[in-house]
Design a protein around this ligand. Structure first.
Ligand code: IPE
Ligand code: IPE
Ligand code: MG
Length: 256
């Protein structure tokens, strides 16, 4: 597959866009280190990539974009880095909310954000409330998010329903279960992008990515941009998605 093509926007099939793109925005620290700068400098630079990606997805008409901003495991990082990330979130919302709202973007949060610093909770609440009725792209910000934590919380709620006699164990199925996830009501991601060359999932959307196409980019998040995103979408469109069945010409594999 050629990687020399420079203008992916002309190649993309607008009728075959992914409905939901999920992104693990990774590599801020390494990007900064390479420039002899503190890790926080990388996080700040990553904000402009986020802005570009949100704008591009919204312009393309993608219905849902999910970005991994802070994981349940990221609490292991130094206190200063955590505080910086929390204040960046507040800054992002303060700077961008007006424009996001004008573009009809509906902001949602994946993760238990109630225990974050009060300024972060307030900013998130403001963004969620202001954009709640918007009909454009759903922007999910995963913050203090971990897929195992999400699944455990769903199990607890389902167990409570069973205990209270509202539900029989045999009535628990996939459709019932996913209503208790943070992504309730949204389509599963069909394209998952991770930047910075790491080929792992790091506890992101484990349930929802069962059949997502995975795209790993070597580009550090602060350098990820519109063109890189379009390239990922184009690569997605070259994939043969079979969902366990056979492809359109009835062959189980494309080399048959
Ligand atoms: C991603 O960049 C941002 C967060 C995880 C919050 P990293 O901070 O993980 O950057 P690297 O992976 O150390 O380069
Ligand atoms: C995943 O990146 C979390 C976010 C992007 C928010 P990490 O940098 O935390 O993942 P690991 O530690 O490399 O697996
Ligand atoms: Mg990382």
């Amino acid at each position: 597959m050629s990687h020399t093509i420079s203008n992916y926007s002309q190649l993309i099939d607008m009728d075959k866009l992914p409905q939901h793109i999920a992104i693990i925005m990774d590599g801020n620290g390494r990007w900064a280190k390479k420039r002899f700068m503190p890790r926080t400098f990388g996080h700040r630079a990553g904000m402009s990539s986020l802005k570009q990606v949100v704008e591009t997805c919204s312009e393309l008409g993608i219905s849902c974009l999910t970005v991994f901003a802070f994981s349940t495991e990221n609490w292991k990082r130094p206190h200063d880095e955590i505080s910086y990330l929390m204040s960046l979130l507040v800054e992002y919302i303060n700077k961008e909310l007006k424009e996001l709202h004008q573009n009809g973007i509906h902001i949602k949060v994946l993760g238990d954000y109630r225990n974050l610093p009060p300024a972060s909770v307030q900013a998130i609440d403001k963004a969620v409330q202001k954009t709640a009725a918007n009909q454009g792209m759903v922007l999910n910000i995963a913050i203090n998010y971990g897929a195992r934590d999400e699944i455990i919380k769903a199990v607890q709620q389902i167990a409570t329903q069973v205990k209270q006699g509202q539900l029989e164990p045999e009535d628990i199925n996939e459709y019932h279960f996913k209503r208790f996830l943070y992504t309730a009501g949204l389509p599963d991601p069909d394209l998952l992008i991770r930047t910075a060359g790491e080929m792992r999932i790091s506890n992101f959307l484990l349930w929802q990515i069962a059949y997502a196409e995975l795209w790993f980019s070597p580009v550090m998040w602060p350098e990820f941009n519109r063109e890189e995103l379009l390239k990922a979408i184009w690569e997605f469109q070259q994939r043969d998605r079979r969902f366990g069945g056979l492809n359109v010409d009835g062959q189980g594999d494309s080399y048959a």
